[in-house]
Design a protein around this ligand. Structure first.
Ligand SMILES: NC(=O)c1ccc[n+]([C@@H]2O[C@H](COP(=O)([O-])OP(=O)(O)OC[C@H]3O[C@@H](n4cnc5c(N)ncnc54)[C@H](O)[C@@H]3O)[C@@H](O)[C@H]2O)c1
Length: 289
């Protein structure tokens, strides 16, 4: 049973939407929460509403020097981190014409930014706090993906790549850290009523009313509670929107169907672990402790 009380929880993107809701759900269970966000003003606004002990730290998840400084500050104020929520993320301007978002016309600057925040930001968090959790043989990491980490869609390639990457890193890391009793989960939110679209408009230079959040979508507080349950039960996948089941089934059915006519390679032996599968990795790479 995971004990939340007095754990130090580091939540990126904790000043808004899903991150803020996760921070509140953890604080309610007695965790000491670090709201780590690039938006200092918003962090200050929300800190007082977190139902428990909380501090704010300015962090750009894409900046590794920032991570080092954040680790030092967290440890000096609260102690070592036991829960890491790698949640900060961005989307492109949702109202931009589709032609501007298609991959061939998608500018490199946008690609770099998306990958650096949504994917490298998660890797940076893991590499900053993961070693301490492994050393302490205790902890949990949650990485936020998206339904776009399950089903890629035209016009959203860069976002999808970043979110598929989050799934890959989670699944590898989960097997690597399981022998050390550190859990790793990936969160797949569907539409959730946060400020993500408004933040994207701001990033695109469009002015938006302060305090507004996306009009429709699941209440982030529900997602926050789902994440706490996911940690408690050490779930690999935390999926928030059941309506995506059909689209996952369709995608996997298309992949499986292709195997029907694909021959098995001549050097395959069912008696040996197949290279680059979980069984093979378990034999080769996952440390016995
Ligand atoms: N809201 C949705 O419908 C939805 C759906 C699927 C996935 N997600 C994912 O959920 C996560 C949280 O998004 P949200 O909807 O709560 O959005 P949000 O915009 O309300 O909150 C995101 C927070 O991340 C912060 N942030 C942005 N860039 C940062 C950076 N470089 N470093 C540190 N902090 C940064 C923002 O300041 C903001 O406070 C994201 O990873 C997003 O991709 C959201």
């Amino acid at each position: 049973m995971f004990i939340f009380k007095d754990q130090v929880a580091f939540v990126t993107g904790g000043a808004s939407g899903i991150g803020y809701a996760i921070a509140c759900s953890l604080a309610k269970r007695g965790a000491k929460v670090v709201v780590a966000d690039i938006d200092v003003e918003q962090t200050e606004k929300v800190l007082k509403d977190i139902p428990g002990e909380a501090i704010g730290i300015k962090l750009n998840v894409a900046d590794r020097a920032n991570w080092l400084a954040a680790k030092e500050e967290t440890e000096s104020k609260f102690g070592e981190v036991g829960i890491l929520i790698n949640n900060a993320g961005v989307i492109d301007n949702p109202f931009a014409p589709i032609a501007e978002r298609e991959f061939l016309d998608y500018p490199y600057e946008k690609w770099d930014r998306m990958i650096n925040i949504n994917l490298a930001g998660v890797a940076n968090g893991i590499k900053t706090f993961g070693p301490t959790m492994r050393k302490n043989r205790c902890g949990h990491i949650v990485n936020t993906s998206s339904t776009q980490g399950l089903i890629p869609t035209a016009g959203l390639a860069a976002y999808s790549v970043s979110k598929f990457g989050v799934v890959a890193i989670t699944e590898s890391l989960r097997d690597e850290l399981a022998p050390f009793d550190v859990g790793v989960s990936v969160l797949f939110p569907g539409a959730t009523a946060s400020r993500i679209a408004l933040n994207a408009l701001k990033d695109a230079g469009v002015s938006v009313a302060d305090g507004t959040r996306m009009a429709s979508g699941l209440d982030p507080a529900v997602v926050g509670e789902m994440v706490v349950e996911g940690i408690k039960n050490n779930k690999l996948y935390i999926i928030t929107h059941g309506e995506y089941r059909k689209y996952c089934e369709d995608r996997f059915a298309r992949i499986i169907a292709e195997f029907t006519d694909t021959p098995v390679s001549p050097d395959y032996s069912p008696d040996k672990p197949l290279p680059a599968t979980r069984e093979w990795a378990r034999d080769k790479y996952v440390r016995k402790v």
